[in-house]
Design a protein around this ligand. Structure first.
Ligand SMILES: NC(=O)c1ccc[n+]([C@@H]2O[C@H](COP(=O)([O-])OP(=O)(O)OC[C@H]3O[C@@H](n4cnc5c(N)ncnc54)[C@H](O)[C@@H]3O)[C@@H](O)[C@H]2O)c1
Length: 321
């Protein structure tokens, strides 16, 4: 027997990950309301989901609590994906992650509480593990975040846990690796391709290229979020969502140059292992807990990066996929 269609409220659903998630949710017959201020998200990302007739778009800001309360009414699940898109912007605007991360998350939880929406899926990040190269399981939180972005994700997770305990919500927290794929709105691959488009003869890389992190394909990310919602058993659920391996920035730079119209472009690396203050140069996560629940990502980190470079190069240069 098929499960009845659900009404999902996707905050930040017009963005990179949110639009892929919306595609999947409507594909399985569910209804989706995307709530987005379109600061980064694009209506064209939702073109496919719109064709289903099961997508509603609400233009609004998660900092507008009254609007959020009104729009969240009548939904079964909230996916909260809105956030400051670039971790390093916190260096220039120190309130950004407090507002777009912590306060926006509080508003989403309040809108759920007053409307009795029972479940929230939260897009957290491996940045909560701080600066450690050790592979981290979900309980390895001893190092604490080192960016304002990571701090706001950590605070968001804590708010979810508190709302779950105090008001009876169920919380599904997924800590992503670096997510890559088509419709990317930020991140190293898009940065490199845009730089190469502007200056085809060379590519400046932040950091010395030895940074290495797990890269998660956006299709695996969207599938994993839905899987966790469907299968995680507890009131407060925390899962890493990333491949166990990693890819270096040097490899990403080389792939982007090779996919660009000037494959002989010079690559100029910085001097430091860190791309910017707050960047975690080497990170690894353990995926075993999610594997034990029954979900494994389909792409390794290297495969995810290769596919993403092809897709993003196509979007930026119009090159063959
Ligand atoms: N992409 C990654 O590598 C990655 C890694 C770890 C965690 N995450 C988290 O996953 C989530 C989605 O990331 P993404 O890559 O799709 O980013 P994105 O910027 O493409 O999507 C975020 C969406 O939220 C919207 N938004 C931002 N602030 C808003 C606000 N105040 N009110 C309403 N809408 C708002 C934007 O317009 C955008 O459509 C974010 O929370 C991000 O921190 C992403």
């Amino acid at each position: 027997m098929s499960t009845p269609a659900r009404n999902h409220f996707v905050v930040g659903g017009a963005g990179f990950i949110g639009s892929h998630l919306a595609d999947r949710l409507v594909e399985r017959g569910d209804f989706v309301t995307v709530f987005d201020n379109f600061s980064v998200g694009r209506e064209e990302f939702l073109a496919k989901a719109k064709e289903s007739g099961r997508l509603t778009i609400v233009r609004g800001d998660a900092l507008d609590l009254d609007l959020l309360k009104e729009a969240a009414k009548g939904h079964d699940v909230v996916f909260h994906l809105a956030a400051n898109p670039e971790a390093r912007w916190g260096l220039e605007r120190t309130r950004l992650d407090l507002e777009q991360g912590t306060i926006a998350t509080y508003n989403v939880l309040e809108a759920m509480r007053v409307n009795g929406v029972p479940q929230i899926v939260f897009s957290s990040s491996g940045t909560v593990y701080g600066n450690t190269a050790q592979p981290c399981g979900e309980m390895d939180l001893g190092h604490l975040p080192i960016s304002l972005y990571g701090a706001s994700k950590f605070a968001g997770e804590a708010l979810l846990a508190a709302y779950a305990e105090c008001f009876g919500l169920r919380a599904f927290i997924c800590r992503f690796g670096n997510v890559v794929g088509p419709r990317g709105t930020h991140g190293a691959i898009l940065d490199f391709c845009k730089k190469l488009k502007a200056h085809p003869d060379h590519l400046d890389v932040l950091g010395n290229g030895t940074q290495s992190k797990p890269y998660l394909h956006v299709e695996d990310c969207a599938a994993g979020l839905i899987f966790v919602l469907d299968h995680a058993p507890d009131a407060i659920n925390v899962y890493n969502l990333a491949p166990p391996d990693a890819t270096s920035v040097k490899r990403i730079a080389e792939l982007c140059v090779a996919a660009s119209p000037s494959p002989k472009a010079r690559i100029d690396y910085g001097q430091t292992p860190q791309g910017w203050p707050g960047d975690v140069p080497v990170s690894r996560v353990k995926p075993e807990k999610l594997a034990a629940l029954g979900f494994r990502v389909r792409h390794t980190s290297d495969q995810a990066v290769e596919l993403a470079v092809r897709a993003v190069a196509h979007e930026v240069f119009g090159a063959a996929k």
